[in-house]
Write a protein that binds this ligand. Structure first.
Ligand code: G6P
Length: 362
């Protein structure tokens, strides 16, 4: 559809693509529902996943960050052990493989050279490979045994937003359907919960004024910024930092809250922005403890919590969603904050310097 790749009234593709995210989640739910309205994946793919004694996720950039979330989904919902590897590192340092590995390539474009090289090796070794991609007929899709499509529509902005959300949603569905089929995992209605997620994302993309203000309050004169989180919030903190680096050129680092004291706290000065995610109940107190530590050293801390876990003074509160699905929602304010920080600095949001949408060279 030609309208998919036109900006329309939007100043940037990135803004348009962030706005499309609620629709992407709904579309994925529709695409992965059977005639009874139940979530499903292709039988052959389901069998391939069920046969695996270990999953190796291979990806780069934002897709790697989606893989970190995917690991938790397959381990919690299907009880299958997972390793997540950066494509470019895998070749030098191939892990000892299990007896029945399944390789899952996560790639928006399906063309990333670093990931392709791993797939070539995997096929030489005759192991099964599944590609999760936004581009039907892409190289990684054609060369793998199986494909799960993201159905996110074309993503034009170099910084990936809706593809990340789509990747996490498709990983959730694949892990959930596998867990159900194996009679393992958590008992909840993922389809219903993804509907709540779509509405939650909508609430966030409708609060652009507030997010623009956050970007101004925390990042206008910042030289650097830190993103902290624990458990699933940690996975999102690294993606939040990458988004900010890519489009605003502010040096940013995302890491586990517990690691603060092991080094990074040395960098906290008067006014240093620290974005702290607090959507995971079992670690909310610990992350709030981290915030106290950085505030005591002068940091300008922005707590992003979730309804039900929020406390007075939290700068942003995301709508309540299932605890496993928070990455789909908490990433969105971070995307928008990065966008507005980049605008303030007059950066070329859709085409950041030195970056390419898909990197087809090693
Ligand atoms: C490039 C893009 C990133 C993307 C990465 C992996 O570096 O600029 O946004 O995350 O490649 O791309 P892929 O298409 O494999 O997901």
């Amino acid at each position: 559809d030609a309208s998919d790749i036109e900006k329309g009234t939007y100043p940037h593709y990135m803004l348009k693509e962030m706005d499309e995210q609620p629709g992407v989640v709904r579309k994925i739910v529709q695409e992965y529902s059977n005639s009874l309205g139940e979530l499903t994946i292709d039988d052959n793919i389901l069998e391939a996943i069920k046969e695996a004694d270990r999953i190796y996720i291979i990806a780069a950039g934002t897709s790697y960050h989606a893989g970190l979330v995917g690991k938790q989904y397959f381990e919690k919902l299907a009880r299958i052990p997972v390793e997540v590897h950066i494509s470019s590192e895998f070749g030098y340092n191939m892990p000892l493989l299990s007896e029945k590995p399944l390789f899952i390539f996560i790639t928006q474009s399906g063309e990333t050279a670093d990931s392709r090289q791993v797939l070539v090796k995997v096929k030489e070794l005759n192991y099964p490979a599944l590609t999760i991609t936004n581009v039907p007929g892409s190289t990684l899709s054609r060369e793998a045994d199986y494909t799960l499509l993201l159905h996110a529509g074309p993503e034009i902005a170099v910084a990936s937003t809706k593809a990340y959300v789509a990747q996490v949603a498709v990983l959730a569905i694949a892990a959930y359907v596998t867990g159900k089929s194996l009679g393992k995992g958590e008992d909840f209605d993922l389809k219903h919960e993804l509907g709540i997620v779509a509405n939650g994302i909508q609430t966030i993309v409708d609060s652009k004024n507030e997010l623009e203000q956050v970007a101004e309050d925390y990042l206008k004169i910042a030289r650097n910024a830190f993103f902290i989180g624990r458990n699933l919030d940690f996975c999102v903190s690294v993606e939040g930092a990458l988004k900010l680096k890519e489009i605003s050129y502010i040096q940013a680092e995302g890491f586990a809250g517990g690691e603060l004291k092991h080094g990074t706290i040395a960098l906290i000065e008067e006014g240093t922005p620290v974005f702290a995610l607090a959507t995971q109940e079992q670690v909310a107190l610990n992350i709030r403890g981290n915030v106290k530590e950085v505030v005591a050293r002068g940091a300008n801390a922005c707590i992003i919590s979730m309804e039900g876990l929020n406390e007075e003074g939290d700068r942003l509160v995301i709508p309540k969603v299932h605890p496993l699905l928070t990455p789909l929602v908490s990433v969105v304010p971070l995307q928008l904050i990065s966008y507005y920080a980049a605008l303030h600095r007059r950066c070329d949001v859709d085409k950041p310097r030195n970056l390419a949408k898909s990197v087809t060279v090693e």
